[in-house]
Write a protein that binds this ligand. Structure first.
Ligand code: ZN
Length: 536
């Protein structure tokens, strides 16, 4: 390629400017309505289009068609401007000519009429580089220039400019050009040039340009030469010293699978690269993964943990720590942060184990493992509450109901409706209550008499074991189905409808699984919530 892409594809019109739409529009409007300022300041990242915009603007001011947002590009002024040889456009680079004498010369220049155009335009690039003396000399001219003089100042660092300069110019801030906009533009150029490419490779070039179109184009030039007219991923990553995305994918997979040999392979390979670059690339890869729709590899929670690990590592690098060490540390910390996920799973297992243990200890017919699983899988609210099998009902309970009815119809009705016989075992009468609110209050109020009746019928030492049924959640309000409201047996000790708890061979808080969980997490507070299993 004889011409560098940046020069070949230099924009000729405002509409050709990439990624600076609002600036193009404002300047176009100013030209078309002839509301022109005498001094402009363009600030922004290098390669974001400041100089190109300044040149188009200068040409638009001089075009034979008059000040216009669409210079004709054919008249003598446009032609000369495009060839950078218009006598009335004076470009000065303050990075090299920054002294008082240079500015004095420029000021002298402003005193003479334009040679052929309607304006004399001074473009001062990197204006923040001027010396203080030079600034002071420029200030007066900038404030009251001859009517035919226009200044366009450009800078990457407007904060270094004296406030007096800022206040005398119309300031345009050039944005960093979005990566996707750059990518599209690069692909357009490659298509025009008939050069094959891989989109991913172009994406990396656009990203490496970091918002500067000029830098992106320079990289593209280089990539075309390197890759011998096929801009592919391996060439581009090699050229830029960037690690290939596929390797990062493999690394993340290895971390997820805790594949140590693969992780060590990666670390060996990674020693050829800058650790900071790998961390940056890894961040970008994770970011992409976060937005990937079909990502089943890692959850956003894990991605967030990885981000934190990487952020910590970057701090270590800033402190000048050994980069290979930091990278290895990062990766092992990422592996470890996956463990946290396993702890989540472990808690679930613990819960299940504890759950089935309590189930067994309540002396119910031991369900087979398959039924156990099915019970756990069914949400409690949907579990049908079955009537106790007829064989377990006893006449004594019917007698009890009758006795309560005899005493008080309302109480009898309430008792019959909300209390269900479960079993009578070892001198204890087990029943299941679905009583709520008013019913509960009523039963509580008359608990003494009910208890008396029970002892009359079942024997003097009979104890009452009351179980709150899942059914009550079904019968009453569906809002009560949230797991936080499921109260375990052992927290109902204030329940007067019960004499003693379901026999527990071991207290939940003393259960080995709970103990293990406590030692793992060292909690300040432990709250054990049992999942209720409906009696069957
Ligand atoms: Zn023209």
């Amino acid at each position: 390629m004889s011409l560098a892409l940046a020069r070949k594809y230099r924009p000729n019109l405002f509409e050709d400017l990439i990624g600076q739409d609002s600036i193009s529009q404002t300047l176009s409007l100013a030209l078309d309505t002839k509301r022109l300022s005498h001094a402009y300041l363009f600030s922004g990242l290098r390669g974001s289009g400041k100089t190109s915009t300044a040149r188009i603007f200068a040409k638009a001011l001089l075009c034979e068609k008059g000040e216009t947002s669409r210079p004709c590009n054919t008249c003598i002024h446009c032609t000369m401007a495009n060839e950078n040889r218009h006598l009335d456009i004076v470009e000065m680079d303050a990075a090299s000519t920054r002294g008082i004498d240079d500015i004095k010369e420029l000021i002298e220049h402003t005193k003479y009429q334009p040679s052929s155009g309607r304006y004399k335009i001074f473009i001062i690039d990197e204006v923040h580089m001027l010396t203080n003396q030079a600034f002071n000399a420029l200030l007066k001219t900038l404030e009251e220039p001859p009517s035919f003089v226009k200044f366009i100042l450009a800078t990457t660092d407007p904060l270094k400019l004296p406030p007096t300069i800022l206040s005398r110019t119309q300031h345009f801030r050039f944005k960093k050009i979005p990566e996707d906009t750059v990518k599209k533009h690069l692909m357009h150029i490659l298509d025009t040039e008939n050069i094959d490419y891989e989109q991913e490779a172009v994406q990396i070039i656009a990203r490496s340009g970091a918002g500067s179109l000029r830098d992106s184009l320079t990289l593209l030039d280089q990539a075309i030469v390197y890759s011998k007219n096929f801009v592919d991923l391996p060439t581009v990553t090699q050229m830029l010293g960037i690690i290939e995305p596929s390797l990062l994918k493999e690394l993340i997979e290895a971390i997820v699978q805790k594949d140590q040999p693969k992780i060590f392979d990666f670390l060996t390979l990674a020693s050829e690269y800058e650790a900071e670059m790998i961390l940056d690339e890894l961040t970008l890869y994770l970011k992409a993964l976060l937005f990937e729709q079909n990502n089943t590899l890692i959850t956003p929670l894990i991605i967030e943990r990885f981000f934190r690990v990487i952020a910590d590592s970057k701090e270590l690098l800033k402190l000048g720590s050994n980069s290979d060490f930091v990278l290895a540390l990062t990766i092992f910390k990422m592996v470890e942060s996956m463990e946290i996920k396993e702890i989540d799973a472990m808690i679930k297992t613990l819960e299940k184990e504890l759950h089935s243990h309590l189930e067994k200890s309540s002396d119910q017919p031991n369900p087979t493992p398959t039924t156990k699983i099915s019970q756990q899988d069914i949400p409690p609210t949907k579990t049908p509450v079955q009537e106790a099998p007829a064989s377990t009902k006893d006449n004594r309970f019917n007698k009890l109901i009758q006795k309560i009815y005899d005493r008080d119809d309302t109480l009898g009705e309430c008792f019959e409706r909300t209390i269900r016989f479960d079993k009578f075992e070892n001198g204890s009468l087990y029943w299941i209550s679905t009583a709520q609110d008013k019913d509960k209050d009523l039963l509580r109020t008359h608990y003494g008499i009910i208890r008396l009746f029970v002892q009359e019928i079942y024997g003097a030492d009979t104890k009452i074991v009351n179980t709150q049924s899942e059914e009550k959640r079904q019968v009453t309000s569906p809002q009560e189905t949230s797991p936080t409201q499921i109260t375990p047996n052992n927290q109902e000790s204030d329940e007067p409808m019960s004499d003693k708890q379901t026999p527990q061979p071991i207290k939940p808080e003393n259960h080995p699984f709970v103990q293990e969980a406590i030692s793992l997490f060292e909690p300040k507070k432990v709250r054990i919530i049992e999942k209720k299993i409906p009696s069957s």
